[in-house]
Design a protein around this ligand. Sequence first.
Ligand SMILES: [Zn+2]
Length: 182
Amino acid sequence: MDDKWILHDQISIQNTIQGRLQHFQLQSDLESGQENKCKVFMWILSKEKILTADNLQKRRWPCHEHCVLCNGPLETSVHLSFNCAFAKAVWNQVFIWEGINTDLLQMQDEPNHFRTWWEQVVPQISKDQRRKFNGIVIYTCWNLWKERNRRIFNNVFQSPSEVAARIKEDIDQRRRALRTFG
Ligand SMILES: [Zn+2]
């Protein structure tokens, strides 16, 4: 599996946060492996515990210091998933495809935490669209993380449009699954 290392990362983090996963708040009714993997990832991301460079440095583990998506500043979870110029281009493309107002991406200039942006934006989304919106957020963050790992571990680079297309694929797949099982 091309994302074996992601699971490895997640398992090592999970070992340090045993017993706390039951507090995971994100809502989703699907129980597929992909969906669960994303839910666990988002829980870890919302706690800022994913193994970005800042967290690896705290553990004194070797790492790429700079964001590999933009060759910019120190890689943190909020930078990688939102503040990064590459990430912003991906978000923008996905929002356009999904018919979501791209002004929402500007609601906070450079949030210090991804969660604060998400919590501010969700009330702006109509209630019947929130589930869809949260799914889009989850798959965007998840695919940005996978792109980061592809670059570091496989030396494979994709453009913002290519990453956005992968997100669209995940979103469409989720939609089909919800139609079938929802
Ligand atoms: Zn960056």
